[in-house]
Design a binder for this molecule. Structure first.
Ligand code: MSP
Length: 642
């Protein structure tokens, strides 16, 4: 992200309405909100877009399951997103819904232009489709010829007439764009993944469906009413239709987007399909596409079936919205996966917010109250503390680069260095001693120094914690606006003389986890989940067991055991695993060497008769004996089974 123009256009993905908002949605939206607030603070004319993605097979099926029309269902869930963002004070300027008429018109116009350009042709699609990801795959892309490589769910075979977009035509142009625009996809590692994907060759993309009807119709000029648009074509267009593309184009000057924020799972759509569509439409390409990582819960992937989905509303209610915002922005480097745990959140609040930030404000209030009846005057700061001010200014100068690289955690980390300077200055200069020694001027200069450092931090922190920072700045006698940003950050002025006002402690220490069992599952959905039949597991539960093919490299008897053999099995990992298996009665060690087996690879290691066992072999046993389960034909070691 850069401020090389006067406008900023910041977007979140539009969220599918088959699911209530969870921490992943909140994460992207809060990053976008932070960037939008930052852009406004530095004086850019800003448009921040979010919304809901309401068409497609997945939504149609979800609505059917609940006995609702897709429109009624979309209205309900879209409303939940909007309500949550409003409760979260998300400063979006527009909330788009793909069922909006204006959006649908824009998509139809785009389709016509791409068709007239010769980029769309009619053919038959035959391949695989993952409804959950709304994504097409070829057989070779699937895991074990049937499972979605992205989400692991079973795919279905699709065979239907379809219009295709000539994606392959744009391969070279895309590669040239990635090469030319260093930061078009952030972080760099993700950009490289995209480049490698494109280099493997792009297939033309099926962009219409005929086997269901919940989607944008083709433009009338196509005279082909049985087709509806592929949901990703429809959805991606939201970024321009929200600006009025194809209808009232009064906001189109905001295009191209400054940054599209997306999760890593939907980067392919944004960094390959979307720019190719834009090339076809002869529109400029987005400046940046930022792909963030995924949140897990106490180390596990979140899923409805596990009941471990973090409900952002519950967390915010328990721990405070702005504490939660700070945690999300600070905890994880942009692009990497992060783990949500109450402990990590509590640590951040108690250490960064309560100790470093809140205490500093309390100490300034306390000291200024005692020494100068709350009056703070900056007049002697440079005489006594020029070095501290200069160091802080140097840190501040570096901060924008972290925003432009979307490294919000680094931005906050740097900002905290200024708080450290402030806290250390108090410890080092001991103003209470100076007062005792009659050096009142020095003591007051110190108080003014830390008040100024805190003021600068507060302005820079305000996009992440707007309300808290407004309270702190009020206590420090000023209001955070673009003007005060210009004055104290750009022009590096010191605070005018002011009288501090008291505020109650902003970050009381949190002593214990505030979300008790049951864990904060996204509540509405949890209640609706049908009761699971006894003994029946879901596909997600099945995939919790990681089965892999491996080759037995070594086999020997376990001393003093009639039952056990000690095996070394190559699972395609760095080191072979040692597995203790109760198969001695049925197999000799020699007969096992160089044969393949199926191994439960994520079993907690255990000691069996004093020997470490790091897995379990699958076998079937009946009266006639025991047979190991093996692949029908040889498979690469480590191949997943499922
Ligand atoms: N509708 C599409 C986006 C279309 S944009 C033109 C979609 N919607 S979604 O609701 O399924 O996902 C929205 C976002 O939530 C994605 O960016 C995805 O990465 C993010 N997350 C979903 N689960 C997540 C976590 N557990 N952690 C972080 N983000 C995750 O995809």
């Amino acid at each position: 992200m850069s401020n090389d123009c006067k406008r900023a256009y910041i977007t979140t993905p539009i969220y599918y309405v088959n699911d209530v908002p969870h921490i992943g949605h909140a994460y992207t939206t809060i990053i976008a909100d932070t960037l939008a607030r930052y852009s406004r603070l530095i004086g850019l004319q800003t448009l921040f877009l979010t919304g809901t993605d309401e068409h497609g097979q997945k939504i149609q099926e979800a609505a059917q399951k609940r006995g609702k029309t897709p429109q009624a269902y979309a209205d309900e869930i879209s409303g939940k997103f909007k309500t949550l963002w409003d409760a979260f004070d998300i400063s979006y300027d527009k909330f788009i819904r793909t069922t909006d008429e204006q959006h649908q018109k824009g998509v139809q116009k785009a389709f016509e232009i791409m068709y007239d350009k010769g980029d769309i042709y009619k053919d038959n699609y035959e391949g695989f489709y993952c409804v959950s990801c709304e994504s097409f795959f070829t057989k070779t892309q699937l895991i074990d010829e049937q499972f979605c490589p992205d989400c692991g769910k079973p795919t279905s075979i699709v065979k239907e007439e379809s219009y295709f977009f000539k994606l392959s035509k744009y391969e070279d142009q895309l590669l040239a764009w990635y090469a030319d625009k260093d930061k078009c996809v952030l972080p760099k590692a993700k950009k490289n993944e995209v480049i490698n994907f494109v280099k493997q060759g792009l297939h033309d993309l099926s962009i219409t469906r005929t086997s269901f009807d919940w989607g944008v119709k083709l433009p009338e000029s196509m005279n082909d009413p049985k087709h509806v648009m592929y949901v990703w074509l429809d959805a991606l267009m939201n970024y321009i239709t929200a600006l009025g593309y194809g209808s009232d184009e009064k906001n189109l000057h905001f295009w191209p987007a400054t940054v599209h924020l997306v999760g890593k799972d939907i980067l392919r759509f944004h960094a390959i399909y979307w720019p190719a569509f834009l090339m076809s439409l002869d529109l400029p390409l987005p400046k940046h596409i930022g792909a963030h990582g995924w949140w897990t819960r106490n180390g596990e992937k979140m899923s409805k079936s596990k009941g471990n989905v973090v409900d952002p509303a519950e967390v915010a209610q328990a721990y405070g919205l702005e504490n939660f915002r700070y945690f999300l922005m600070r905890e994880v480097p942009f692009g990497q996966d992060g783990d949500f745990s109450q402990k990590a959140l509590i640590d951040r609040v108690n250490s960064d917010l309560s100790n470093d930030l809140g205490n500093l404000l309390n100490r300034i209030i306390g000291m200024s109250g005692k020494y100068s009846d709350f009056l703070v005057d900056s007049k002697d700061i440079l005489a006594y503390h020029k070095k501290e001010i200069d160091t802080a200014e140097k840190i501040i100068e570096k901060l924008p680069s972290f925003i432009y690289d979307l490294q919000l955690n680094r931005y906050l980390e740097e900002l905290w260095k200024i708080l450290t300077i402030a806290n250390q200055s108090i410890a080092m200069y001991e103003p209470w001693v100076k007062i005792k020694e009659g050096k009142t001027e020095e003591a007051l200069a110190l108080v003014a120094l830390v008040a100024n450092l805190l003021a600068k931090v507060t302005i820079k922190l305000s996009p992440v914690m707007p309300k808290t920072c407004a309270t702190i700045s009020k206590s420090l006698g000023f209001v955070i606006t673009h003007d005060s940003y210009q004055k104290y950050i750009v022009n590096k002025e010191l605070l005018d003389t002011f009288t501090m006002t008291k505020v109650p402690p902003l970050f009381p220490k949190i002593e214990e986890e505030l979300l008790k069992a049951p864990e904060p599952v996204a509540t509405q959905e949890k209640k609706k989940e049908p009761k699971q039949e006894e003994g029946i597991i879901t596909i997600d539960q099945f995939f919790q067991t990681k089965l892999k093919i491996g080759t037995i490299l070594e086999a020997s008897e376990v001393a003093k055991s009639d039952r056990l053999l000690q095996l070394k099995v190559d699972l395609g990992e760095e080191k072979p695993r040692q597995i203790i298996a109760g198969i001695k009665e049925f197999y000799t060690p020699e007969s096992l060497i160089n044969t393949q087996v199926c191994v439960v690879s994520n079993l907690k290691p255990a000691k069996i008769m004093g020997n470490l066992s790091e897995g379990m072999l699958l076998a079937a046993k009946d009266k006639s004996g025991l047979s190991l389960i093996r692949p029908e034909s040889s498979k690469k070691n480590g191949t997943p089974v499922g």
